[in-house]
Design a protein around this ligand. Structure first.
Ligand code: HEM
Length: 168
């Protein structure tokens, strides 16, 4: 193993750690914390503003690590002569979905900040089926769905790259 192989291994490890922390943390919120909150609303919010700020810091760090390490790995892959075009198409889709995830995270923090700045503004409950479906498909739910898709595409990328190397 050369020094550059060791560096890339380290980069890959950080990339995977950041991905697992972000998607795993969001999945834990969607599948454990939120249902618990719904079942016992009298207990109030399980995550206070301090915990949310801490989670925000963690997600911001994960995003920064993913962008830096992902870009390094991307350059390593696309500068290799054996990179097939299907790899480039798949990585483009993956980057598109990753950017979507980053945009959702940014929007959520902005919404939270404006809600904190204007605490007197009360949210009107919206009950329509379409509204419910839209809510389900936005915010942290969508982050989890996109994250799972991005994990699949990442494994697919590794598979395509290996196939390209071995020529099978
Ligand atoms: C700027 C955005 C990103 C770029 C440029 C990027 C790029 C890459 C590249 C080039 C690879 C190597 C694929 C291969 O084996 O050929 C990779 C692996 C991976 N990526 Fe990303 N990625 C980004 C964002 C994300 C996000 C948002 C997630 C998940 C939340 C993610 C999860 C993963 C995982 C799980 C792997 C596999 C790591 C391993 O096998 O150890 N990536 N990424």
């Amino acid at each position: 193993m050369t020094l550059s192989d060791g560096f890339l291994l380290l980069i890959r490890w950080f990339h995977a750690l950041a991905a697992v922390t972000w998607v795993g943390g969001s999945l834990f919120y969607v599948l454990v914390i939120r249902p618990q909150q719904r079942n016992a609303p009298e207990q109030g919010a399980m995550l206070g503003p301090e915990a949310l700020t801490q989670f925000r810091g963690l997600v911001d760090t994960c995003i920064a690590v993913l962008i830096v390490t992902g870009t390094i790995m991307l350059f390593d892959r696309i500068t290799s002569a054996s990179t097939p075009s299907v790899y480039l198409i798949t990585i483009s889709v993956k980057i598109g979905l990753a950017l979507w995830m980053f945009a959702i995270a940014r929007r959520r923090w902005q919404q939270r900040r404006s809600a904190q700045a204007q605490p007197s503004v009360t949210m009107v409950p919206q009950r329509g089926v379409f509204t419910k479906a839209m809510r389900l498909m936005s915010g942290i739910n969508l982050t989890v769905i996109l994250g799972i898709a991005v994990f699949f595409l990442s494994d697919l990328l590794a598979f395509i790259y290996q196939e390209g190397l071995t020529g099978r």
